[in-house]
Design a protein around this ligand. Sequence first.
Ligand SMILES: [Ca+2]
Length: 298
Amino acid sequence: MKHRIVGALVLTGALALLSSCQRDGQTDAPKEPSVTMKLSAAPAQTGTDSKGEMVQIPGGRFLMGDKDEVDATPHEVVLGAFLMDKYLVTQEQYQKVTGANPSRWKADKNPVEQVRWSDAVTFCNKRSELEKLEPCYDLKTWTCNFEANGYRLPTEAEWEYASRAGSTTAYFFGDNTSKLGDYAWFAKNAGGHPRPVGQKQPNAWGLYDICGNVWEWCNDFYGVDYYKEAPRENPRGPKTGENKVVRGGAWKVSAESCRSGYRYNESPGYADVCFGYDIYGFRCARTAAGTRLREKSQ
Ligand SMILES: [Ca+2]
């Protein structure tokens, strides 16, 4: 009897391992986005389909960092204008663009999760192609062309700037942790899984789920000392590194990890191995037209 229980436990463990890697199995039969999909994805006002609404983020300067963190020395950063998705990329949106849904917690309006950094940038390129924009990523070198007009991940600085929306406090709504539940799904209120996007209050610039729900991949490599050497204008992360930055906290984490300046990082998963956890998702950004001219005039 005892042996049987142990056996069952071992089997359960093996199944759990399999299910967490299930995403790899799904790559066997990816569906190509249909032709009708391509036609229906014609650029709207913001150049995206309706669920992919973007917010125009003005260029400006801000104090990036958090004095209480060893890797986040506060420093001034100046950024050009860019566009940022109002919502996290949903499973519905991801499925439409890539023909697959790697998420563990399946629901159309939930954020896509179990996506690796490499999956997120591949999605960015496909989304660009569908809307006849120039793809930003070279998928052989994994480098980003910031001059291209297509979709990309935000830089870490862009993410924090958009997240803060002019605030200088621990969270975009202030310092009072007890208010976090009004703006975010995190360990205390999410009930142990991600939630549909856009249900909590947005920040001052109209971005939803910036805090909590799923961590958001940024374009940058993570460098523990990067803030000490980063350029003041449009910092884009260390040239090389092992891990990529994720920001904003997730359904599983404490209020502490949802602070605007809090940095976290994870392997990008270039190789097709099991790296995509159900706490990682993303939203896309685009470089705004004319940004380079404004930088030069500063
Ligand atoms: Ca988030």
